[in-house]
Write a protein that binds this ligand. Structure first.
Ligand code: GDP
Ligand code: GDP
Length: 460
């Protein structure tokens, strides 16, 4: 039995949009066709590793305004009756309305705990609503954007204590044997469905046109058997870790997993939205190219988005079985990638055939390696030795005759690896110097093409 989260709020605050994001069904729901009746819906939601049943009370859009509050109250009470927590949404751009205040009164009189979220808060757009929302009496609100996926980590933190209760343990995502969250994205016809079917070894994906509106899961878990497992490093006591041969992989929802577009002209647009959604939930993203088509602008857009989101990226060139002049093609794509996006220098590129299975083990193996780099924390000692060498080999410039000083460096976080360099006048540091350091970190500290970030902090 999964815990239940009820999304509560007046019409138009963004309940369906958030529901869709958490459930992973985009096409099925946000429908601009007037007159579409939407009842209270339930779905299986997932936020990072948290799984829950989610109830959405959207569906009053066409109601008579005079009877709306009464109907809403009934719906709300029914929804929260069985819920572990009520997620109360308000619209941060509009601020608190009388109807919001009324809903707040119902919620306060019920025993269900309430998490208050100020939606549509992308950028700073919800700031007003955030301040106003304190008056509703639910404590600190969280700022989210259901549409843009912002604030999802805060949402996770706020929901966790209500629905976890110890029973829904969040596994350590950094453990070497943790399930690999992998998304396979690419333009329509790149071969995503074929690839996923081949990987799973059976035709269990829904590919019919009606798939989008059925209640199916947003991901599929499977076991990949590594044909040449690597031996991990012994720990401090000299214990050698077990060989990881059977490795768990979670394939995250992509357009290829469920061909949900009925309307052909929506396909292109959806594939980008779907890719974004899948990328949100993935650790490693495989961008599938079509060898018969080469690299196109849209591929670069997706790659850029993956890097911006800090996910590790792998390029797989599919349909290698019918590629003409393989090595020329490979070099050409590599050059075009690097020219299109400097961060793609050194990105792993693998030739595959979803049809024959060629290169697929290599691709998954590269994905595990990429995750390892993405998870990595470099010990401070090693980092500082590297930093001193890098700075003495090529000292920072001296704009206006005064040398910029960089003093020390630390890894602030991983997933993606993020470094902080302390010094003075770091705001005057040219981008080329930052790039020098970034490329050095990637090359010398074995980050491959995992997106690495550096922040500079000035003491003055
Ligand atoms: P519901 O009636 O509460 O289910 O609201 P919907 O999910 O149908 O959203 C109402 C409108 O708000 C739609 O036009 C959405 O596109 C928009 N919307 C939803 N979430 C956001 C958000 O996070 N930011 C912005 N700017 N608009 C949003
Ligand atoms: P999706 O839209 O990305 O899910 O692409 P599909 O999996 O539906 O594949 C599109 C077309 O490419 C289909 O006709 C597949 O049979 C074909 N295809 C997919 N992978 C390969 C491959 O590795 N080699 C060849 N020759 N054709 C492929």
């Amino acid at each position: 039995m999964l815990p239940t989260v009820a999304i509560i709020g007046r019409p138009n605050v963004g309940k369906s949009t958030l529901f869709n994001r958490l459930v992973g069904k985009k096409l099925a729901l946000v429908d601009d066709t007037p007159g579409v009746t939407r009842d209270r819906r339930e779905g299986e939601g997932r936020l990072f590793d948290l799984e829950f049943t989610i109830v959405d009370t959207a569906g009053y859009e066409d109601e008579d305004p005079d009877t709306l509050p009464g109907r809403m109250r009934m719906q709300t009470e029914a929804a929260i009756a069985g819920a572990q927590v009520a997620l109360f949404l308000i619209d941060g751009r509009v601020g608190v309305t009388p109807l919001d205040e009324e809903i707040a009164r119902w919620l306060r009189s019920s025993a269900t705990p309430v998490v208050l979220a100020v939606n549509k808060a992308e950028g700073k757009q919800g700031d007003n609503g955030i301040l106003e929302s304190y008056a509703l009496g639910f404590g600190d609100p969280i700022a989210i954007s259901g549409e843009h996926g912002e604030g999802m980590a805060d949402l996770f933190q706020s929901l966790l204590p209500h629905i976890d209760g110890g029973a829904f343990e969040v596994p350590d995502p950094e453990a070497p044997d943790a399930i690999l969250k992998l998304a396979i994205v690419g333009r329509p016809n790149a071969g995503k469905s074929t690839l996923i079917n081949k990987l799973l070894g059976e035709n269990r994906l829904i590919t019919g046109p009606e798939a989008g509106i059925t209640r199916d899961s947003i991901s599929v878990d499977w076991i990949w058997t590594d044909p040449s497992p690597k031996q991990g490093e012994p720990d401090e006591e000299g214990n050698i870790p077990p060989l990881l041969t059977d490795r768990r992989v979670r394939l995250i929802d992509t357009a290829g997993m469920r061909k949900r577009a009925k309307v052909q002209d929506k396909l292109e647009k959806l594939s980008v939205a779907d890719a974004r959604h899948a990328i949100d939930f993935a650790e490693v993203v495989v961008l599938l190219l079509d060898a018969t088509k080469g690299l196109e602008v849209q591929d670069l857009k997706i790659a850029d988005h993956v890097i911006q989101e800090g996910r590790a990226l792998i390029i797989a060139i599919n349909k290698w079985d019918v590629a003409v002049d393989g090595s020329g093609l490979f070099k050409g794509i590599r050059a075009a990638l690097e020219e299109g996006l400097s961060q793609l220098k050194g990105v792993p590129m693998i030739a595959v055939s979803a049809l024959t299975g060629k290169g697929l083990d290599q691709m998954i193996s590269a994905a595990f390696d990429a995750r390892e780099a993405w998870n990595k924390r470099v010990p401070t000692g090693i980092l500082n030795r590297w930093f001193e060498a890098a700075i003495s080999a090529n000292p920072p410039p001296a704009p206006g005759g005064k040398r910029i000083k960089l003093r020390y460096m630390t890894q602030a976080r991983n997933r993606p690896p993020t470094f902080v360099i302390f010094g003075n006048r770091t705001d005057e540091l040219p981008a080329s110097y930052a790039r020098y350091l970034l490329n050095g970190i990637r090359r010398d500290l074995d980050f491959g093409a995992v997106p690495v970030r550096i922040n500079f902090r000035s003491s003055k």
